[in-house]
Design a protein around this ligand. Structure first.
Ligand SMILES: NC(=O)c1cnc(OC2CCCC2)nc1N
Length: 327
């Protein structure tokens, strides 16, 4: 195999992985992926000097020798104000329209994923760092663990990348993966995790990436942070569409609506669907869609004036029946 053939094989494997882990639409059977992956491992063993940063074999590396370092966020990761009923949603809309002297606003509605917030930094299109939210101003550098997630692109998938791009998102553990992980933990006499959010946090805090690599974690992008040398789309929604093109997973229930009425309708719709979702959510995040209006509104303390979360009533802590058949 030539060097170019190896590069083509990496591109091919990364496309298979994008289809499977980001678009939920596998384009080849697992056996084909595994066969090509093994072929890549062989050629990289023969030619270590050919190894590429975005090769899927580079996702699981060694432990960081000095634990997780603390890193300051280029742009703070904000917290969110909460709205607990439809009236306060309407108040939010009224307040924002008043500040903007606007009649009717378009909001982007997103399920509020119940996981851990993360910030990914790409330089010239390559993943260089993944940092937890921490206190919003700085967080832990868990890049070695982040790279093990197939839903995190090691390199932006298309086009000319920005010089610097920071992407914010949530890392979560889908319910099915959580149940299987706990069933295994109990079988092995280990402690079970209380809920998928704790399981995701515990999996990302593992010092050894080889352990994190075995955990069913997913990253979903939900906002663009600091960028350099890129004309960001004017709409938040369009920005997330661009992230999807670049290889990030976005939430397929995301939707643009008009005004408080649209936000309340979306809440009713999602509240109906909530228990059927394959992942935990604890509410909805509503964002003013136009970036120029977001910038005009700015933030109060660390929460943006232009976004608000609407929480669902806490689900009574269902004792999750873990699928174990007692013999
Ligand atoms: N947990 C989520 O799913 C989620 C959290 N936060 C945000 O947006 C924050 C980021 C910038 C201000 C609002 N969106 C989300 N979808």
């Amino acid at each position: 195999m030539t060097h170019q053939q190896m590069l083509d094989l990496i591109q091919q494997l990364n496309e298979y992985s994008y289809a499977y882990h980001v678009k939920d639409t596998p384009i080849v059977p697992d056996a084909v992926y595994d066969r090509d992956y093994r072929q890549l491992q062989e050629i990289e063993t023969e030619h270590p000097e050919w190894i590429q940063h975005d090769s899927p074999t580079q996702r699981v590396g060694e432990k960081p020798d000095s634990g997780f370092l603390n890193v300051a966020h280029t742009v703070p990761m904000l917290s969110l104000d909460n709205a607990f009923d439809n009236n306060s949603l309407a108040d939010f809309d009224q307040r924002v329209r008043k500040l903007l002297n606007a009649d009717n606003l378009v909001y982007c509605c997103e399920p509020k994923l119940d996981g851990l917030a993360i910030s990914l930094r790409y330089e010239e299109g390559r993943l260089v760092r993944g940092v937890t939210r921490g206190d919003g101003l700085s967080g832990e550098d868990i890049t070695s663990n982040i790279k093990t997630l197939y839903s995190v692109p090691l390199k932006l998938r298309t086009g000319t990348p920005p010089a610097v791009l920071e992407v914010r998102g949530e890392i979560y553990m889908p319910k099915e993966g959580f149940e299987k992980l706990n069933a295994l933990a109990i079988k092995q006499g280990d402690k079970a995790f209380v809920n998928p959010r704790n399981a995701a946090a515990g999996s990302l805090r593992q010092l050894d990436p080889k352990i994190t690599a075995t955990r069913p974690l997913v990253m979903c992008a939900y906002s663009i942070g600091y960028v350099e040398d890129w004309n960001q789309p004017e709409s938040h929604y369009d920005g997330l569409m661009q992230l999807s093109e670049w290889g990030f997973r976005t939430n397929d229930l995301m939707k643009r609506v008009e005004g408080a009425t649209g936000c309340i309708e979306y809440y009713e719709m999602l509240n109906e669907k909530r228990t059927d979702l394959s992942y935990d959510i604890d509410g909805i995040v509503y964002k003013v869609d136009q970036i120029s209006l977001q910038n005009q509104l700015g933030f109060i303390a660390r929460a943006p004036r232009w976004a608000i979360a609407r929480k669902f009533p806490a689900q009574e802590e269902m004792t999750r029946v873990v699928g174990i058949d007692f013999q």
